[in-house]
Design a protein around this ligand. Sequence first.
Ligand SMILES: Nc1nc2c(ncn2[C@@H]2O[C@H](COP(=O)(O)OP(=O)(O)O)[C@@H](O)[C@H]2O)c(=O)[nH]1
Ligand SMILES: [Mg+2]
Length: 237
Amino acid sequence: MLLSIILPTYNEKENIELMIKSLTEVTKKNNIKAIITVVDDNSPDNTGEIVDKIKITNKIVHIVHRKNKEGLGKAYLSGMNYSLNQKADLIMTMDCDFSHNPNLIPNFLKKIEEGYDLVLGSRYIPGGGVHNWPIHRKIISWGGNFLPRLVLGLRTFDNTTGFRCYKREVLEALNLDNIKSNGYSFLVEIAYLIQKKGFKIGETPILFKDRIHGDSKISKKEIFRTLKTLARLKFKL
Ligand SMILES: Nc1nc2c(ncn2[C@@H]2O[C@H](COP(=O)(O)OP(=O)(O)O)[C@@H](O)[C@H]2O)c(=O)[nH]1
Ligand SMILES: [Mg+2]
């Protein structure tokens, strides 16, 4: 069984090396056959070049170089298509800034073994939570998760989490290139399409820690994008 861990990066020079090291250790320690698929949007801080160097000695590291910054959703899509081509059986996505704890990866695989097709790392189930978040971010995140449940009938509690594990069959069943949204709304849309196809979605608790190095790239435009996406999916626009 091959696991591909997709790491989208944009200006992550302070985090990338440590993150790759940590993922390499965790997968080795747990006997998980894995590749790390970095998807870099031509980061001006040279994150891509750093990975090119690491890749020479660490053979589990792969990189997809993209020309322009096109957002998280497009980066995930590139990483997913690449992982499917590499014959990965499981495809994970996670942030490169240590907000998602690499040590939790085995918990996702356990849920997959229990029979789930998609496992979400959830802040909003017992045992999960957020660390060091200002109140406005908590409110935005809570709304971003509550609204899709209300409007689209999603049964899962954390639908904007980027810490996930998909079975390859799930991604093969979707028409990935038809997914229109980007950023957080991409995450909502893909969860909705997967639930609609009748796949089993499970959640495993995660404690989300705010980044220490570098800056968040998610803009306020996301809120409006998510509202637009909800309307489009609800009314099939
Ligand atoms: N390739 C790529 N990665 C991105 C882009 N935007 C954000 N990222 C990466 O996606 C992850 C989550 O982004 P981040 O800014 O930490 O979002 P936040 O934690 O929700 O504030 C990080 O690893 C970023 O480097 C993008 O446009 N392209
Ligand atoms: Mg972050």
